[in-house]
Design a protein around this ligand. Sequence first.
Ligand code: 6GU
Length: 221
Amino acid sequence: MKIDILTLFPEMFEGIFSQSIIKRAILDKKVEINLHNFRDYSKDPHHKVDDTPYGGGSGMVLTCQPIFDCVEALKEDDSLVILMTPDGIPYKQQMAYDLSKKKHLIIICGHYEGFDERIRSLCDLEISIGDYVLTGGELASMVLTDSIVRLIPGVIETSSHQNDSFNNNLLDYPTYTKPRNFRGMEVPSVLVNGDHKKIEEYRKEESIKRTKERRPDLLEK
Ligand code: 6GU
């Protein structure tokens, strides 16, 4: 998979993509991630990327030209163009699964007060990562990228995301490791008795119980 990210702040991504699982995935060539500063595509003599809004109002608005030119330079036949915006579709695990099967994603990070409405016409999909406002789409695009890359086959063991929270609309079951007793808190005995059928039943029950308590909205689906 190839992911091209359009941002005015490529340095913000350095830490995220040079550590842990994403770093490994890049080194193993499971994913190629490229950062593009769309300021480089600006035809303005001062490399301007924003301007004042028509009709008045506060703040600056990202202009069409640099983003259109940058996307058009990167686009291939099988590219999916995604716009990160708080008014996009709420992001869910199922979308991460669907996107992890694509060959090429182009992700546009908005910034400042907003972007020219006509930029939406470039995009196949608009995504929000939750009902709160970030200063820009950068963090949101990192969340998106991280959640997608971990699902690419071979990046992590399939068994470790088969039980992820939100699969089948259930939260994850509780897990424990050594020691069996920590400050009086005991590991449930079913987990140390070696009866795998019982363990499976216990985990399923706990998963349902936890979802009922914490996220009853998921069970209604
Ligand atoms: Cl995608 N962008 C911004 N700026 N804020 C957000 C968001 C995206 N998703 C939630 N809040």
